[in-house]
Design a protein around this ligand. Structure first.
Ligand code: ATP
Ligand code: MG
Ligand code: FE
Length: 337
């Protein structure tokens, strides 16, 4: 089954050709980062316009690189939520046009399910059930994937998403947008034990929920205090110490979630899965607990269409086609249809 997949939920216009959910023939990503950089974040209206400009060429490039023609496509997969409504609509309308004209099924995909399915592309034997730690720009939760398309959320963030915290802290220490990769890089030159930033504690000690607004505020307070005292700020130390606090709680909760659900396999998904400290710490700690940890390759951690093609395949297998009047759902929940 050859699926042409389209992704436009945020600031990447992407298209990919994926065979049977696991084999990627092409994966084209056109990023708008340089456009949004000067604003310090994604400007929704600008994102929509840029998607419109890019989408035709991106889809054509995906077909060319895969060496196929539109007529070879068996189904169109497309992200319909969650994301920015104007941005989603560009990909969705384009996908509808293609599906209608080719007379092939249209399969609306949940973007977060896509992030999780990125793991299927890298790990050919991976099958549900497993636990997944989803850490992206807008979402942070631990989910038990019981079967394809079947999810049970174990815990979630009560405020900021992990990626959001990375981006906000990066901005505060003047590293620019997007902050995650920049914090990751500069942290390598810093001392992660230089500053003690608090790790969030839940009132309910059994809760595996996350909270990142506390550590974010602690960083901001620290910066203010240093500025008031006119003391020099070591950005690398701040970044590394912040990163340690976030990674620590992600890893601890992920391992507890596996133990409680008696699962010995955990997949990581979303943009923050690209973080080198999270990857190393997760590998090390999971080994101690005899848990197998899986990551997608870097390029499939952040937004791309190959992951959407994989998720679309399993939806297609389950017979879940979308109606041609499907709408974008900006706050679509995982497992919701
Ligand atoms: P969502 O998927 O929740 O809708 P999104 O699509 O904007 O949000 P992703 O593409 O999954 O988010 O990931 C982008 C996020 O990942 C950003 O917050 C970015 O800072 C973060 N990120 C990317 N690389 C790294 C890294 N190496 N370390 C930490 N964070 C990173
Ligand atoms: Mg992005
Ligand atoms: Fe994403």
């Amino acid at each position: 089954v050859i699926i042409l997949a389209i992704e436009s939920s945020c600031d990447e216009t992407a298209a990919a050709v994926v065979v049977n959910g696991r084999e990627v023939l092409s994966n084209v990503i056109s990023s708008q980062i340089d456009v949004h950089e000067k604003f310090g974040g994604v400007v929704p209206e600008v994102a929509s316009r840029k998607h419109i400009e890019a989408i035709s060429a991106v889809v054509q490039e995906a077909l060319d690189k895969a060496g196929i023609k539109l007529e070879d496509v068996d189904a169109i997969g497309v992200t319909y939520g969650p994301g920015l409504v104007g941005a989603l609509l560009v990909g969705l309308q384009y996908a509808k046009g293609l599906a209608y004209s080719l007379n092939v099924p249209l399969i609306g995909v949940n973007h977060i399910e896509g992030h999780i399915c990125a793991n299927f592309i890298e790990h050919k034997d991976l099958q549900p059930p497993f636990v997944c730690l989803v850490v992206s720009g807008g979402h942070t939760f631990i989910v038990h994937m019981k079967d394809y398309g079947e999810f049970e959320v174990i815990s979630k963030t009560r405020d900021d998403a992990a990626g959001e915290a990375f981006d906000k802290v990066a901005r505060a220490i003047g590293l620019g947008y997007p902050g995650g990769p920049k914090i990751d890089k500069i942290s390598k030159e810093g001392d992660e034990d230089a500053i003690k930033f608090p790790r969030a504690k839940m009132d309910d000690k059994n809760s595996l929920d996350f909270s990142f607004s506390g550590v974010k505020s602690a960083v901001l307070n620290y910066l203010n205090k240093m500025n008031m005292k006119n003391e020099e700020i070591n950005k690398a130390d701040v970044a590394a110490s912040f990163q340690k606090a976030v990674v620590g709680v992600l890893v601890d909760n992920a391992i507890k979630a596996c133990q409680r659900n008696k699962v010995d396999k955990i997949a990581i998904a979303g943009g923050v899965a690209a973080n080198s400290s999270l990857r190393e710490t997760m590998q090390r700690e999971c080994k101690k607990h005899n848990i197998k940890v899986l990551f997608p390759p870097m390029i499939l951690c952040t937004d791309n269409a190959a992951m959407i093609g994989s998720a679309a395949y399993y939806e297609y297998q389950a017979g879940r086609e979308s109606a041609i009047d499907i709408n974008a759902v900006p706050n679509l929940k995982l497992g919701e249809r």
